[in-house]
Design a protein around this ligand. Structure first.
Ligand code: CA
Length: 219
């Protein structure tokens, strides 16, 4: 599950990213609303955690712009404003849920689980391309009908490539999906995962686009 965190409080963003990382979420954290809107297009996150008080634009404005391009994406608002007005404005503006700072991590996780459950019932969870079938809800992959054992990162990498079939994804963008903010990443890590995936899926499913990155071709 890929989370885009838009929060300008560095200390809070870091501790959230770390705690979410431990729970298996991949977190991309940005400090500005503009960067968040950009990441929405380039990162294809599953869930957004959005702070209302941002340095460059109001969180409500970020939410409004997001909703113009994506009505489904779950958005959890964070705010220091514990007023009924802010809650109502946020929920009316298309947010799915709301947490007032300071909040307990356990509560954040519980709210995220609710959003994920809603997501898994609305999203089609199976993608099939050629011999490979990937089920995001079950976290399972079959190749020519045979179940495959993939590591967590191999699964995430394959999922991103299949969800974006036909597009070339750069190594940097793949890396940012596989590893949370602040996590140590070896420089050839994407290549290594691709190498392992090719051993399991054959060499021609994931294409290398020289000097750019990788892609899975559309069927
Ligand atoms: Ca803030």
């Amino acid at each position: 599950m890929h989370i885009l965190l838009i929060e300008d409080d560095k200390a809070l963003a870091e501790s959230l990213a770390r705690a979410l990382g431990v729970k298996g979420y991949v977190v991309n954290a940005v400090e500005r609303g503009q960067h968040g809107l950009h990441a929405l297009k380039t990162d294809a996150p599953d869930i957004i955690i959005l702070d209302l008080g941002l340095p460059d634009m109001d969180g409500f404005t970020v939410l409004k712009r997001m909703r113009e391009v994506n009505k489904e994406l779950p958005v959890l608002l964070l705010t220091a404003r514990d007023s009924m007005d802010a809650k109502v404005t946020g929920l009316d503006g298309g947010a799915d849920d709301y947490l007032t700072k300071p909040f307990d991590m356990a509560e954040l996780f519980a709210r995220l689980r609710v959003l994920e459950r809603r997501l898994s019932t609305t999203k089609t969870s199976a993608i099939t391309i050629g011999p490979v079938a990937l089920d995001t809800a079950q976290a399972s992959v079959t190749f020519n009908g045979q179940a495959l054992e993939l590591s967590r990162r191999e699964f995430m990498l394959l999922r991103v490539l299949m969800e974006n079939a036909g597009k070339v994804l750069t190594r940097a963008s793949l890396e940012s999906r596989l590893y949370s903010w602040g996590e140590e990443v070896a420089s050839n890590t994407v290549e290594v995962h691709v190498h392992h995936l090719r051993k399991k899926l054959g060499s021609d499913f994931i294409h290398t686009v020289r000097g750019v990155g990788y892609k899975v071709a559309l069927p």
